[in-house]
Design a protein around this ligand. Sequence first.
Ligand code: ATP
Length: 559
Amino acid sequence: TPSEAAVLAQLRDMWKAAPSVVKLWVEAVDACHGPWPGIGCALTDDLTVQTPCSVLNSTCTVVTLKIPNGNLTGEIPLILAGLSNLQHLDLRGNLLNGRVTPELLDSFPMLSFLDLSLNYFTGTIPRARNTSFEYDTWSRNCFSSENSCHLAPQMRSVAECRQQTSLQLQPCVSWTRTHLLLLIVVVLVCPVIVIAALSAIAIYYWRSRSLQAAHFWQLRSSMRADVEEQAGSQRNVCRQFSYQELDAATNSFHQNALLGAGATGFVFQGKLDDGTTVAVKQLDTRNSGMLINDEFWNEVKVRGAIQHPNVVTLRGFFKGIGGSDPMLVCEFMPNGSVLDALLSDNTPLRWPRRYSIAHGAALGLEYLHEHCTPAIIHGNLKPSNILLDRDFTARVGHFGSVRVAKVSQRAVVSTLGFVDPEYGVTGKLTEKSDVFSYGMLLLVLVSGRRMLESQPSGKPQLLTWMQLLAKAELSELVDPRLEGNFDKHEVSLCAQIVLLCTRIQPELRPSMSEVRRILEGIMPVPNSGSLDTPVTSSHTSFVSMSHFSGSFYGTSDSL
Ligand SMILES: Nc1ncnc2c1ncn2[C@@H]1O[C@H](COP(=O)(O)OP(=O)(O)OP(=O)(O)O)[C@@H](O)[C@H]1O
């Protein structure tokens, strides 16, 4: 058409300098009839068949424009839009640059072939309204991606594009930067929420457990206190017995009445005139080297006034007149001592019972230390001195005798292993000496009778057990006779209490009320940072001290 003839004339003027087919576009020749090389025309009534016609004919239209590899430069001319019936546009392999707008492509509604590859077009690949082309149409240009931070696939190199165009790529914003806020939320807030939720659950669990435990132990103690109070009011107070009374009660200290023997004498079962069963402990002053003096009898009277559900009640005494040994008369404990229970070949003590014994003994000691004025120090706490009443409640028995009676070295040696090493050094007993012995008692309750047995060398295996404990090898520490039936949490609590109680420095050991509260679960175990100087610590270790070996231990007999 005449308008298209004008477009072609302009294109010729624009591109004639380039060494391309445009050079052969001669003005005198009809662009559609010659036709000019690269130009194809058709009549408007059948655009599918290319036909020579006159460019000035209004029914003659340009349908093809092919100028490949023609060194054409500059931007793609907008006047090209005037060739509105173009079906085939091939400008591949030129030096064209600038943007290809979708509007330009939309002005060729009949376009079925387009090749603009191998140029230097920039911007983004245009998405024309009516036309979709093969991907190669655009390849080897300088088109960039949507966010124009890198080139689209199958483009030229960035360096080549930068050389030929004013291509400017934005710095690529990383995913992490764009999602920084989200990341902060995920990395910081989520763990905080999770930790808070877990802590809330843990606190809730711990509090409910503590409350339950506290309630349980309170109920249990108050029930026992009531029962004991009733029984106590019916019983005689501590009184002096005559030899004849005790002789009659024990059937003249008959072998059959013998309950056991300790370093300071024999213990017999006896029945008093009023029908109550008692334990009569003979104090062998000759062989044990005990010094029984006024101070001892004063102490005995103080002991006689003590009534507590976890302390063996002293019913009376015999002062040892006429060459006979002095004697102490105590409540009879039908289930013997913890030592008897642990050494027995009968059914081993089950774990709940051991834990309840540990708790009962702690209550008894707490009473002696913290509720008696002046405080009473047991001074000889060990498995044979924790007695078990008819329902296996632990009762602290035979206290005070070592401290006041100034027993001989032999008697002291008999209890070593349970005696505070500090006592061995200073000769002074304090509440913390009992705390040490309590720790050792707890260790025996956890590890069972093996700990009381001797090694071939004759030493008890105390050292081995303390080392296992220090290495936290609880599975090896726990009494195999329990056959795995124990509460892991309670065992671990006990192990931690052992370490606390056996610290070398007495002032770092807990008080008995603290021990009791840890056992009841109403006080947390002090953190491990403060557990750094247990008796087995390699630096200031009691174990490493030379006197904690060889004859320093007693044998199993003396325990
Ligand atoms: N009140 C009691 N009721 C029942 N049995 C008892 C009582 N007191 C002691 N026994 C029995 O007698 C055994 C020895 O008790 P004893 O107090 O003499 O032992 P020990 O503490 O080793 O001696 P020591 O206190 O002289 O060092 C205990 O293991 C226990 O079997």
